[in-house]
Every structure is written in structure tokens, then in C-alpha cells.
Design a binder for this molecule. Structure first.
Ligand SMILES: [Cu+2]
Length: 334
């Protein structure tokens, strides 16, 4: 392992320091969780231009869509984006569950810096956990000691949550400012190796753009706070755009996220909660214990994103990677 190892920026759900002041956007008004929004019409602009054009006013602007493909093990994504709202369509063409988070690097840093100074530290910490040399309680200290300061200054802005092999998901988020961003998937492969280290890390250069893009219209809203996940007990079947408000920031390295899973007959909630914690040897490690349908990736408090999914009747689960034992909620689609 390298002397100046690393931090792979993402993951540290269990670290005990808070990175305050990370560019939270509090300007957006919040809606009451669980209430249908004013518009009952989900925006399908991203899905079907013709249909959207027919439904909307003639000059209605369309959502900016980026198509991202996850494979075992790479992320195919645009190299350039503008500031403002984007809808990410994530197509998982791999055999393992993937997600794609997007975050801004500290000023002047690039993917090369990340690969050299951050990624190896996460390889080292995971190897240490696997062979018993690093206890859970020591992870925070290890990372702080082995990560350069800039590696603790990522700004998380969202992305598409965990999605099962062969599935596509859609998530919308706002890119707040110009800079160098990375997209990453840090699920672990079957042998425990981070997908990041296997190639699932790409760079995106963001430039300023006055056009803020178009924010989707939502059918329902859920809210994530330190008190838990506030969400409707039931949702109707069909295609839904769900707004996710991130209202608090936990005392951890990373802010909250939320993922959606469809529960099967024999789904074990305890097993899923365990799996969500990367610091467990079997945590975030393929294969996933449940079928994931996407989600809203980690973003700083005061921001919000959207998840668009087609739901069939059944039991489902909202669950965060952060403090998953408390931060989850089961609901029904009727
Ligand atoms: Cu992955």
C-alpha cells in the first residue's frame, strides 16, 4: 500500500466527523411528504419526446437527459455537462448490481489524483477489514490518516441509485456549479474488490450554463431526515416520479441517499440492512440480497432529487446506505 494512501471519497458512512458547509442548496421550496403534487401528470419527456411534445405546451422546455451505461466493470457517461438539472438514465448491462454517484472534486483535482491518492486507501482499508487487521472502530482513523485533506472535500450531488443487473433506472438531480466531477460505483465484486478499483470511475467536466434545465414534475414526495424516512404507506401501481427531499446531514463522512428495492417472498430485511453497510465484509458485495430498482444518490442537506420508476403491485423498501438499520421503510404498491 502506498504511504499517502487514500480515500475514495465516497463511502464512509460510519466516519464520525461531519463535513459541514458543502454547498447545500436551500433555495428550493420543500413539499409536504406523502402528498401528491399539484400536477398529476408525470413528465415523460425523458422517455418519449413525441408523447411529451403532445402533452406539453408547444414551447415547453424538455428535460436534459444523459444516458449512462454500467457494465462489469465500467461506466459509460458523458465527459462534459453543464450546470443545472439533469435526468440520468442508467442502464445496467452488467451481471452485478451497480449505481452511479456523481460528486465534485476539490478545486484543481482530477481523476488521476483520485486514483493515485484516494482509491488505494479504500483498497487498503477493505483488505484490512477482510483479514481482521482493521476493526470497524478504527476505519475512521485509518482513512483520516491515509487520505489527503482534499480527499475529504467532495461535494455529493446525487446520481442514480442501486439497480439490479439488466434493469434501467432514471434519476434527476441538479448540478450546482462548474468544476471537475467524478461518477463512480463502489459496489464490491464477489471477491470483495471495489468496482471503483475495477474501472467504475469516470470524470465529467462541468461548465457554467445560465439555463437551469427543467426539473421533473413529481407524483409523490418522500423526505429523508435524521428522524428516518417519511414516505407514503402505499403507492399506486404504474409509472411514478417520486421527489426525494434530503433534509438533514448525518454526522458521517457522506450525506444521505435512498434506494428502492422490490421485496420478494423470502427477502430478509436484516440481511438487506447488513448489506447496505460497506464496512461489513459482505456489505455492498455482489450478489445483492434483493432486487434494486434505483434511487437518489447521496446529496447534501437542503437539496432534492427525483426517481422515476414503473411499479407493479407488491412490497417495496426504501433504504439508505447511511445508518440503514434506522433509515429504511417498507411500503406497498397496490
Ligand atoms: Cu458497480
Amino acid at each position: 500500500m502506498k504511504n499517502v494512501s487514500t480515500l475514495r471519497a465516497l463511502i464512509l458512512a460510519t466516519l464520525i466527523f461531519s463535513l459541514a458547509g458543502c454547498g447545500a442548496d436551500t433555495s428550493q421550496e420543500q413539499e409536504e411528504p406523502g402528498k401528491p403534487d399539484a400536477s398529476e401528470t408525470p413528465s415523460n419527456a425523458a422517455e418519449d419526446d413525441v408523447e411529451a411534445g403532445a402533452e406539453a405546451a408547444p414551447d415547453a422546455p424538455e428535460e436534459r437527459v444523459i444516458d449512462v451505461i454500467a457494465r462489469d466493470f465500467s461506466i459509460e457517461a458523458p465527459e462534459q455537462m453543464d450546470t443545472g438539472w439533469y435526468t440520468m438514465r442508467l442502464d445496467n448491462q452488467g451481471q452485478q448490481t451497480h449505481f452511479v454517484i456523481m460528486y465534485r472534486l476539490a478545486e484543481g483535482r482530477t481523476i488521476e489524483d483520485q486514483r493515485r491518492e484516494v482509491v488505494p486507501a479504500f483498497d487498503a482499508v477493505m483488505a484490512g477489514i477482510r483479514n481482521g487487521e482493521i476493526e470497524k472502530a478504527d476505519i475512521g482513523n485509518f482513512l483520516v490518516e491515509n487520505i489527503p485533506e482534499w480527499g475529504l472535500q467532495m461535494t455529493y450531488i446525487g446520481g442514480a441509485g442501486l439497480v439490479a443487473p439488466g434493469k434501467t433506472t432514471q434519476s434527476s438531480f441538479r448540478v450546482p456549479e462548474a468544476g471537475t466531477y467524478l461518477m463512480e460505483c463502489y459496489v464490491k465484486s464477489t471477491d470483495g474488490t471495489w468496482h471503483t478499483s475495477m474501472g467504475m470511475l469516470t470524470q465529467v467536466e462541468v461548465t457554467d450554463q445560465e439555463d437551469e434545465g427543467v426539473e421533473p414534475e413529481s407524483d409523490f414526495t418522500i423526505a429523508i431526515s435524521n428522524d428516518g424516512i417519511e414516505a407514503p404507506e402505499t403507492l399506486p401501481a404504474g409509472r411514478q416520479t417520486i421527489r426525494v427531499d434530503i433534509n438533514d446531514r448525518p454526522e458521517t463522512f457522506m450525506p444521505y441517499d435512498v434506494n428502492l428495492a422490490r421485496l420478494g417472498e423470502d427477502s430478509d430485511l436484516e440481511e438487506i440492512v447488513f448489506w447496505m453497510d460497506w464496512s461489513n465484509v459482505g456489505g455492498l458485495r455482489a450478489p445483492a440480497p434483493v432486487e434494486f430498482l434505483g434511487g437518489v444518490e447521496h446529496m447534501e442537506a437542503g437539496n432534492h432529487g427525483y426517481l422515476t420508476v414503473d411499479l407493479s403491485p407488491g412490497r417495496y423498501l426504501w433504504i439508505s446506505e447511511i445508518n440503514a438499520g434506522e433509515m429504511h421503510k417498507v411500503f406497498t404498491v397496490e
